[in-house]
Design a protein around this ligand. Sequence first.
Ligand SMILES: C[S@@+](CC[C@H](N)C(=O)[O-])C[C@H]1O[C@@H](n2cnc3c(N)ncnc32)[C@H](O)[C@@H]1O
Length: 280
Amino acid sequence: MLTNLVKQKDIFYQQVQTEILTAKINKIYNLDVFDFLHTKVADNSIDLAVIDPPYNMKKADWDSFKTHDDFLNFTFSWIEALLPKLKQDSSLYIFNTPFNSAYILQFLVSQRLDFKNWIVWNKQDGISAPKNKFVNGSETILFFTKGKPVFNFDDVREPYKSTDRMKHATKKGIIKNGKRWFPNPNGRLCSEIWDFSSERHKNKVNGKVQKMQHLTPKPKDMIEKIIKASSNKNDLVLDCFMGSGTTAIVSKKMDRDFIGTELNKDYYDLCIEQLKKYDG
Ligand SMILES: C[S@@+](CC[C@H](N)C(=O)[O-])C[C@H]1O[C@@H](n2cnc3c(N)ncnc32)[C@H](O)[C@@H]1O
């Protein structure tokens, strides 16, 4: 009797979850991350999560926490809310500072996700000029997976660095382990060091930083690389800190479905405006 009741409850819960999913994809909500994850995203529905959360850099209200512990509690809580949403075979990318990423990495390992890469995003944009340490010019992108998700390594090849050597190798090949090796015409396998200029840097006029519509938009070409590598057409991509809507726009452009949220109303409006622009 009790087992039957539990089963019925499970079935009901699954139906609610399925309705949530089928009704609301390709939509950005104006909700807090926790409301959004608990009420709008079905369990076991996400193929790829691309998450660019607050960093606690104190550059805006939404990025300021009283203490580092408060920041970590918030971060670990949204990760806990997100993990059940991932499909059995899925990928998760999380942006942050190298320092914060060291904590986030340990938490993800404790949640039994599989570590793939500590990607270094070389922003080519020195943010400060410290005299007691090296300049912080990079951010970290943690890449973790669950199960055996897609990884389209051929779609994200990058140019070989040693062009002269490759010219020679293309003609005659290079002997490697007793075999003649020829370079791949589409370039080398992608490394975990990524060079993309930050939007802030790209938009400078005469070396001066310009005010942007969002404080920290991610470069579209970098998000494109993540989506290309770790999803296929019609897969569902999640972003629960949409900002200016970069993940949604790139997903749409690449024929992926998306779902996400942005709490700040001005940024939410910006997301909707950007998506409309993309629609033409
Ligand atoms: C680092 S930005 C994301 C930028 C985005 N990747 C882009 O390319 O524009 C983080 C965003 O999270 C939003 N945010 C902060 N706290 C939130 C919360 N509790 N729930 C939902 N969104 C939140 C902020 O308003 C901010 O726009």
